[in-house]
Design a binder for this molecule. Structure first.
Ligand code: ADP
Length: 572
């Protein structure tokens, strides 16, 4: 029930109870006081009439006169009980009246001098109050109808009820006014509190309610402001934490005490390939004993040792730690690239050692043999030539290794400037002229005017063209080797094409790897180190360019480098 209704009902009940009590109590007290006063009044009247009743006086006329003067019924009764006069009856009717000697008031007056009685009049027929006083000649009795007495009481009661009705009306008005000023702000407060509890922190109670309700409104207002402020701060903090965790390169997985994943940053999603929205059961994470055990141990409050696991070809490092209030956090790190790098390094050292080992064995073997004094001059010269050839081979390997390590160390930076490709081609072809001629190969060039200059590091361009030309001559038995340049969208392509043995498709993608060779024996025989194209690729990329290899086995190969134009202008 609403506050207003309860207020109205409450005041109605109070007023009705009060009015009923007043009507009942005051009515009965009024009645008894009125009766007492009337008895006293009637006694006084009877005594006054008694003074006038003298022997010899006509009793009936006295009764009539006194009755008219007092406005009461006056009866004079003889000592024998016979009515001598009555203001209500004419003289002639008196004789028909009963003997009054047995009337209770007369009987009482006989004993104590004054008698009082209430009853229905036997002679007059209505409810009357009788007071009789003793007199030497008999009894003087004065009576009054009780109806007038009851009328007074009823009138008083009506007045009280009317006043009560007025009070009720007033109370209704007051209650309505009170309800307006109290229950309205209370209802508003209730609605605001409900809205706030439901998460709508924009709602505020108005601050114009009076008294304590006003104080309450102000307090709720302040509380809501503080709540909104704290919530905003919390949300900002949470957003910052979210962004921070999401920006981490490490994967982060958080499970709660019920073993449910409640947070998963984007790195963890990527590493574990989990598309599900949080929260979800931790059992839905990718299977794997290491992951399960680490997570279970951490969730059980332990701090397990860091572990590694293999997931779809990736190597992941796992660190699990318990959370203070139950649950665990799991950090994931992708070790794939690092492990691959370590493998590449290991293989590189093994390859380099292997490359150097053969010539070194040859050199030391022939050197030992040379010590023999019985060796013929021809053999001595032959062995010395072998030693020189292998020493030169080692020299080339070491030179290439040094170049490669210099370029890869990061300390070397190309110094691009406008380089004349034709000039560089002439220089490179000059140094290979003899080898080409020995194989009967024609060296040619195709360098159009719009691709005659390139913006590159001169030494690097020379090394690139030299390595490509050496390879072309090395792997071509007959035909021609062409150094070409062409203008392309975004840069100048410089390369060498030959009519050589070509490269099978399965090798084409790998020839730029260090020490990768299609035919290791032929490469060594021809003086190759297996590092030439790795150097070319590195130099090209240092210029922001790229390498490309195309080949038809048995028909020839084209290997080229694209040098991009400088932003905002064309080289040459
Ligand atoms: P190498 O010193 O052995 O030539 P490179 O790194 O220069 O090493 O080349 C790697 C491998 O690529 C070579 O061993 C060879 O098998 C292949 N190759 C490179 N250039 C050519 C070419 N022009 N024709 C055929 N094969 C080639």
């Amino acid at each position: 029930m609403s506050l207003t209704r309860r207020l109205l009902l409450g005041s109605t009940v109070v007023i009705v109870v009060l009015v009923t009590a007043i009507v009942t109590i005051a009515g009965s007290r009024l009645r008894s006081r009125l009766r007492a006063e009337t008895v006293a009044d009637l006694t006084r009247s009877a005594r006054t009439v008694a003074l006038l009743w003298q022997p010899g006086r006509d009793a009936d006329s006295l009764a009539d006169a006194a009755g008219a003067a007092l406005g009461r019924r006056v009866t004079l009764v003889g000592r024998d009980g016979i009515v001598r006069g009555d203001s209500k009856f004419p003289q002639a009717a008196l004789r028909r009246l009963e003997n009054h000697a047995t009337r209770p008031e007369v009987v009482a007056a006989m004993d104590s001098g004054v008698g009082v009685a209430y009853r229905q009049s036997a002679s007059a027929g209505d409810d009357e109050m009788y007071v009789a006083v003793r007199h030497p000649l008999g009894y003087v009795r004065v009576a009054i109808g009780l109806d007038s007495l009851n009328d007074v009481v009823a009138g008083a009661q009506r007045d009280v009820i009317a006043a009560g009705a007025l009070a009720l009306l007033g109370a209704f008005l007051l209650a309505a006014l009170f309800a307006r000023s109290v229950s309205r702000p209370v209802i508003e407060l209730r609605n605001v509190a409900r809205a706030v509890a439901d998460g709508d922190l924009t709602r505020r109670p108005s601050l114009n309610a009076p008294g304590e309700i006003g104080d309450l409104s102000a307090a709720v207002h302040r509380m809501t402001e503080q709540l909104a402020g704290r919530l905003a701060a919390l949300q900002a903090e949470e957003a910052l934490m979210h962004a921070t965790i999401d920006a981490l390169d490490e994967g982060i997985v958080v499970v709660n005490g019920r073993y449910q994943v409640v947070r998963l940053n984007s790195s963890a999603r990527r590493l574990l390939a989990v598309p599900d929205a949080v929260p979800f059961a931790a059992d839905r994470l990718p299977p794997g004993r290491t992951l399960r055990e680490t997570l279970r141990a951490a969730a059980a409050g332990e701090s397990p040792d860091p572990a590694e696991m293999d997931l779809d070809g990736r190597i992941l490092a796992l660190v699990g730690r318990p959370l203070p209030n139950g649950g665990a956090v799991l950090a994931l790190q992708d070790l794939t690239a690092r492990r691959r790098l370590e493998t590449v390094r290991r293989e590189f050292v093994a390859n380099a050692s292997h490359e150097l080992k053969t010539p070194l064995t040859v050199v030391s073997g022939f050197a030992e043999t040379l010590v023999d004094p019985d060796l013929s001059r021809d053999d001595r010269q032959r062995f010395a030539a072998m030693i020189r050839a292998n020493a030169q081979r080692m020299q080339r390997i070491v030179d290439d290794l040094l170049d490669l390590s210099r370029y890869e160390s990061g300390s070397w930076k190309p110094e691009p400037r406008r380089v004349d490709i034709r000039q560089t081609a002439t220089d490179v072809a000059g140094s290979l002229d003899r080898a080409a001629r020995a194989k009967g190969l024609a060296l040619s060039r195709e360098i159009p005017d719009d691709a005659a200059f390139v913006r590159a590091d001169a030494v690097a361009l020379r090394q690139i063209l030299s390595n490509l030309m050496e390879n072309a001559v090395r792997y071509t038995n007959a035909g021609s080797v062409t150094l070409f340049a062409s203008r392309e969208e975004g840069g100048v392509r410089v390369g060498v094409s030959d009519t050589g043995i070509g490269i099978a498709p399965e090798h084409l993608g790998r020839i730029f790897e260090r020490f990768y060779r299609v035919d290791a024996a032929r490469s060594r025989e021809e003086g190759g180190t297996g590092l030439g194209l790795a150097i070319v690729k590195h130099l090209a990329e240092a210029h922001g360019g790229s390498v490309r290899a195309e080949s038809v086995p048995g028909q020839g190969s084209t290997i080229s480098v694209l040098f991009p134009d400088e932003p905002g202008g064309r080289a040459g």
